[in-house]
Design a binder for this molecule. Structure first.
Ligand SMILES: [Zn+2]
Length: 237
């Protein structure tokens, strides 16, 4: 596990295709996303090997119900007995993974065989706690509803730590900051509005950004997100 900030760890054991995180706070441990189903055991091993007993994991917050973020959820919940938290709108997709439109139609047809691969398996999970935009979590994060990539997608902002956990609302693949891949985003217009929201409403509140995909930005994160939004909308944020 790799420390990003005091309290925030990334499970680098699962590789770099997708990122998921551990948040340590006085109430225990919280997982933020769970990687693919094939990552669950690796995450469990990393926790145990770092002397963090599984029962200390009290909550699992899911940014959105994609197989690369919620794939390990069923197994990790069983192992930790943690409560599962997601946005109220995303509940349907955690419970009925088949209903989520992950991509444009042509790509969905193309990806159909991939759904049979273990890495893309998504077992239904019923969340315990549903959250909405602006809600403050006991972990200290403000929930920011950032729809577009998925209807109930959330990002998490910690003002004191000046930290944004973007999920897939922003990606930093190849260290290039941008929005989520168009073909994998059923509502690209809303995804762009979500970037505007992060920039305009919260752009002065964070320095560090961690992503579902790509390396963390450790400084000037808010400024960089504002610059991205200005570029997308051709307007000063
Ligand atoms: Zn993703």
């Amino acid at each position: 596990m790799k420390q990003i900030l005091p309290g925030l760890w990334q499970f680098d054991e699962i590789g770099t295709a997708v990122n998921c995180f551990l948040w340590e706070w006085p109430g225990g441990l919280t997982l933020i996303d769970t990687g693919m189903s094939t990552h669950a055991q690796t995450i469990i091993d990393a926790l145990v090997q770092s002397n963090r007993p599984l029962h200390l994991v009290k909550r699992i917050v899911i940014t959105h119900a994609d197989p690369d973020h919620a794939g390990g959820l069923a197994q990790l919940r069983r192992a930790t007995q943690a409560k599962v938290v997601c946005h109220a709108v995303e509940k349907e997709y955690l419970e009925h993974p088949g209903r989520r439109k992950v991509a444009a139609l042509w790509l969905r047809l193309l990806l159909m065989p991939a759904r049979l691969l273990p890495a893309f398996r998504l077992r239904p999970v019923t969340p315990d706690d549903l959250v909405v935009d602006g809600q403050v979590l006991p972990e200290g994060f403000i929930v920011v509803h950032t729809p577009g990539h998925s209807p109930g997608h959330i990002s998490l902002l910690h003002r004191e730590k000046r930290l944004l956990i973007s999920g897939d609302a922003l990606v930093n693949r190849g260290s290039k900051l941008g929005g989520p891949a168009g073909a994998l985003t059923p509502d690209p217009a809303n995804a762009q509005r979500s970037i505007w929201k992060l920039a305009k409403k919260y752009g002065d509140d964070f320095e560090t950004v961690v992503f579902g995909h790509g390396p963390a930005i450790l400084s000037n994160g808010g400024k960089k997100v504002k610059a991205l939004a200005s570029q997308i909308f051709s307007a000063e944020v």
